[in-house]
Write a protein that binds this ligand. Structure first.
Ligand code: ZN
Length: 135
């Protein structure tokens, strides 16, 4: 299996990727308005404050939307199709993108999921699987 190209962390996202490698999901919380965001950015997209603190998330959320990929985009994914990428609304209110683990079916809006950490040779990918209490 060919490995997908690893992410290239920058100044804003390095702590996110480092935390994933430690099997932790870290969100940013705006110190002005209190809203959470998953993708680190220099300022709050709601109030523009640059005040930020990092908080650890248990990674629980619900599927907002999803797409199932049936045709590979390249060699690293040729033996993985079909797979499903979903937008997850975390309990904290942040929205994050992640692959649903194989066998997650049927997928529906509102499906309760929890974070999983998939280790590639040089990086860790955030994935999701149905939460144990999912119905
Ligand atoms: Zn804010």
């Amino acid at each position: 299996m060919t490995e997908p190209t690893p992410p290239e962390p920058d100044q804003d996202s390095a702590s996110f990727w480092t935390a994933l490698a430690e099997h932790r999901l870290v969100l940013e919380r705006c110190t002005a308005c209190g809203r959470h965001r998953a993708a680190p950015v220099p300022a709050c997209p709601w109030c523009a404050s640059t005040g930020t603190e990092q908080v650890e998330s248990p990674g629980d959320g619900r599927v907002y939307s999803w797409v199932t990929v049936h045709r590979s985009f390249g060699a690293p994914f040729a033996d993985q199709v079909p797979y499903t990428i979903a937008l997850i609304d975390l309990t904290e209110g942040a929205r994050v993108l992640g692959r649903l683990e194989a066998g997650t079916s049927p997928v529906h809006a509102g499906l309760a999921v929890s974070a999983r950490f998939f280790d590639h040779p040089s990086w860790t990918e955030l994935r999701f699987a149905p939460a144990p209490e999912a119905s």
